[in-house]
Design a protein around this ligand. Structure first.
Ligand code: ATP
Ligand code: MG
Length: 319
């Protein structure tokens, strides 16, 4: 059953995966409106089952305490990062997840190497960390606006024309190191069309309760649409690896983007297949002794083990 589920999810996300070493051109290779033949009305049920699957696997991940997961989310403005995180993680225990958002770096962050601030927010074992924007901004916004690179105070020979290829290499190696040490890295790019971005910006202007989400800077960035598309394509081509693949999630339909994102994360967790720890024979024997002691403490008229009783009667009712 579990294998069947895992197989179905793997097939579902396969068209979204960026083949390592491939030469991606976003506009040619990925359609922001793709929906795998699904209808919106099927979406709610699919997302619900994805969310409960995530809850189950996250509990096992935490119990095993051996692996951690890093999910990086990248998108153009209004791509739907916040809503995706809210919906996909809605069923998991908040103690096992930490979300970090990365904005323009602070003076302290600029005083360190460019990966420093991301390394500080990595997951612990047993945890899922979500990066809302991530170290990939270092080859996206920083590439589109090179004045950000100037602010990073790099030595002269570290910011030549080869800086982007070098960063891709460094990021790939960093993610390889994390994977080798038990931290799975998976990356989602929410692929929004220019027309859908226009519609969402207008909605943010038209609806007063959404005005706070809109800034003039968003429109300035939109004017650089083609440069961003090029930077995304170059990033996807250079940094989708066997150990840390990119998935390009069609983002024009929010409901579909959420199903895909849940499926990518579920696939990563199923691949780890975390197990509840086995306490071993000795500890199990001790538990049984304690059980007998607790049963002996039952007050007059109370069941010796109310939990076992209710399980037995539940089974009888179902059976
Ligand atoms: P929202 O959905 O709320 O708009 P957001 O992620 O767009 O979320 P903002 O505060 O609007 O958050 O924008 C964060 C800004 O920080 C983005 O414009 C992004 O490009 C910028 N940023 C992130 N990382 C870096 C970086 N390393 N160098 C320069 N700018 C960065
Ligand atoms: Mg923004």
């Amino acid at each position: 059953m579990a294998d069947e589920r895992a197989g179905r999810i793997a097939d579902f996300i396969e068209p979204l995966r960026v083949e390592p070493g491939s030469d991606v051109r976003l506009d040619r290779d990925f359609d922001p409106r793709y929906k795998a033949g699904l209808k919106k009305r099927d979406g709610a049920e699919l997302l619900r089952s994805g969310v409960s699957l995530l809850a189950e696997y996250q509990e096992r991940l935490a119990a095993q305490d051996t692996y951690g997961v890093l999910l990086c989310l990248q998108a153009i403005d209004a791509g739907g990062k916040d809503g995706t995180i809210r919906h996909v993680m809605s069923g998991v225990n908040p103690q096992g997840v930490r979300v970090s958002s990365f904005k323009v770096p602070s003076a302290e962050e600029l005083d360190h190497d460019y990966l420093w601030r991301y390394a500080r927010r990595l997951p612990a074992r047993g945890e899922i960390a979500i990066f809302n924007r991530s170290h990939y901004e270092e080859v996206l916004v920083v590439r589109v606006h090179p004045d950000h690179l100037v602010r990073q105070k790099l030595p002269h020979d570290a910011c030549g024309p080869d800086v982007w290829d070098r960063r891709y290499r460094e990021i790939n190696r960093w993610e390889h190191y994390l994977t080798d040490n038990g931290f799975k890295v998976v990356k989602i790019f929410l692929n929004l069309s220019k027309e859908e971005q226009r519609a969402r910006f207008l909605q943010r202007i038209d609806r007063p309760e959404k005005n706070w989400k809109f800034s003039a800077a968003d429109v300035r960035e939109r004017a650089r649409w083609e440069d961003y598309q090029d930077a995304f394509s170059a990033m996807l081509s250079a940094t989708s690896t066997k150990w840390a693949p990119w998935y390009v999630v069609p983002a024009d339909r929010k409901w579909f983007a959420r199903i895909c994102s849940a499926a990518v994360l579920a696939h990563t967790l199923m691949d780890i297949d975390p197990q509840y720890p086995d306490v071993g024979d000795e500890a199990r024997r001790e538990l049984l002794v304690t059980r007998r002691e607790l049963e002996a403490e039952a007050p007059a008229g109370a069941a010796a083990d109310p939990y076992a009783d209710s399980r037995r009667s539940g089974k009888r009712k179902r059976g």
